[in-house]
Design a binder for this molecule. Sequence first.
Ligand code: PLP
Length: 362
Amino acid sequence: MIPLVKPFIPAREVLMPELEKILYSGYIAEGEAVYQFEDKFREYLKNPLSLALHSGTDALHLALILAGVKSGDEVISTPMTAEPTNTSIAMVGGKVVWGDVDPRNGLLDPYDVEKMISERTKAIVLVHYAGMVCDMNEFYRISQKYDLPIIEDAAHALGSKYRGRMTGCNSPYTVFSLQAIKHMTTVDGGFLCLQNVEEFDRARRLRWFGLDKKRSRLENDITEVGFKYAMNNVNATIGNVQMRYLEDVINRYIVNGKYYDRVLAGVDGVQLVQYSPDTEASYWLYTMKVKDRENFIKMMEANGVMASPLHHRSDTHSIFQTSKRNLPNMDKWYKEFVHIPCGWWVGDEERERIVETIKKGW
Ligand SMILES: Cc1ncc(COP(=O)(O)O)c(C=O)c1O
């Protein structure tokens, strides 16, 4: 079976000596390996204000705190995501206000978001779902017009771009996840990418109980309660090795995604998504709409290919009961979209087989 997701782990001979070295080095907490990993990641994104954390969820939590979201504030977000995007809004006591999605790609619809802005709105959380980038031209217009910060949840979108610049250096807050099945994994890990030096220093303290790691413990004074969100040297060592392969790995997702865009156009029963203007997707999952989805999935599985919608819409969870709202485009999208394998493990032969299988019909 060709899986839908699969962690890329560097070869044993390359990774294990590095892991062994760090495990027995006597220093496995946050230290030099983390700082080296941060340097490499910053260079990759071209954003020096990027901070390694233990998870993407930690990064979302800190982004919401830095954006000033407090109990009772409203945050506009999307139901078309993994749960942590919206549970983290609840973590700071924020009320999720759902925006509907664009029926052409399942991404948050800026025009619907604009309608939902009230005087209690504190931030807009965008999810670059499956590696497709939201309509940033429209979201930056809205952000400026209403003076609202954008938080980009780019957990699925490492390596994607807006106007030729990497996602991660375009908004005040961008969040990445390095969890098990993402483009790059450190087993668990995350990055918070910022644009403001004061916020960067604050986030650095917040990731370590409120302590400033650059000073000795005795010289420290906690002025704001922080968390235990730092990355450790073991996860960072995996990250340091992963960085050697990152461009090639991500490139394979993108090359495969573009291949499907080309060869699946016009195939009976398939409707391709429309990408937002001025953006370049990084195709974490290949996303499309199909007629009669249940049969499509069964037919693909019978042919050894995993296909699935993968995510459960967030607005149906009981904790978001008070945010309930009619989302007609989401209802429609949720019935039709599906993902097919697109990542580094999908070679030329596999992707041809996948396309031929789809072309035979279901
Ligand atoms: C869209 C999205 N946001 C946030 C997260 C949270 O990341 P993490 O699992 O690293 O905490 C995930 C993934 O798990 C995700 O898919």
